[in-house]
Design a protein around this ligand. Structure first.
Ligand code: ADP
Length: 227
């Protein structure tokens, strides 16, 4: 589904964010991307969603060369991806329901479909009884669930979550992980960028461990197991 082939990203000032990175991702996989701050994790995401272009190497998503997608087709490409950003970017003046619905309105879905899908998504992330609250009135875990519901609006093949348990307590984090796991079990491929050893260790799934712009280990297991 995803191929990074010898991908290098050098920023201005000779900062090597990614150094010859190669990995593939199969449909329905659940993979954690871990490693210290500055390792290159967010750069992988930025390149995958074509926010930036690599300096060298090839990035393929479902047989499409991501680096060659013309600008006018970028929105079509990105509609296949769901992204939960670290800064969730929820709209403070809109309720939970309106925040989720807005993601569907942008996709020009008919009103009745938007309403139905919003209800479906709110139920999926367990926020039916929070639908009329504003982001300020939610806990950190609930905000994260809104971000996940919104990212699922276009029924993405691949869901990317950047530090989804960043500021959450352990119990809330495990709840978010269970939700992501359920989404994966229903067929969505998942990439989760995280520092959170506990959630990685609990899943015992594939881990891409990055350091200094390189993948130092690609293994199945806990955070610190190395391949
Ligand atoms: P991580 O997500 O693992 O914390 P990043 O992918 O954000 O790491 O960053 C990898 C490296 O690239 C870091 O050294 C960072 O300072 C550098 N970097 C990231 N974005 C830019 C940018 N726009 N300009 C220059 N350097 C950058």
């Amino acid at each position: 589904m995803v191929l990074f082939d010898k991908v290098t990203k050098v920023y201005k000032g000779d900062i090597v964010a990614l150094d010859n990175v190669t990995f593939t991702l199969d449909p329905k996989e659940f993979v954690f991307v871990v490693g210290p701050s500055g390792a290159g994790k967010s750069t992988v995401i930025r390149l995958l969603i074509r926010q930036e272009l690599p300096s060298d190497g090839e990035i393929v998503f479902e047989d499409v060369d991501v680096t060659k997608i013309p600008r006018r087709l970028l929105s079509v490409y990105r509609q296949q991806l769901g992204v939960v950003f670290q800064d969730l970017k929820l709209i403070p003046s809109k309720t939970v329901r309106q925040n989720v619905r807005f993601a569907l309105e942008i996709l020009n879905k008919p009103k009745n479909i938007s309403d139905e899908t919003t209800d479906f998504l709110l139920e999926k992330v367990g926020l039916q009884d929070r639908a009329n609250l504003f982001p300020d009135e939610l806990s950190g875990g609930e905000k994260q669930r809104v971000g996940i519901a919104r990212a699922l609006a276009n029924d993405p093949k691949l869901l990317i979550a950047d530090e989804p348990t960043g500021n959450l307590d352990p119990i809330t984090s495990m709840g978010i992980l269970e939700l992501l796991n359920a989404i994966n079990q229903s067929g969505t491929t998942l990439i989760v960028v995280t520092h959170d050893k506990k959630i990685v260790d609990s899943m015992q799934t594939r881990v891409l461990h990055m350091e200094k712009g390189k993948i130092i280990s690609d293994h199945k297991g806990g955070y610190d197991d190395l391949s």
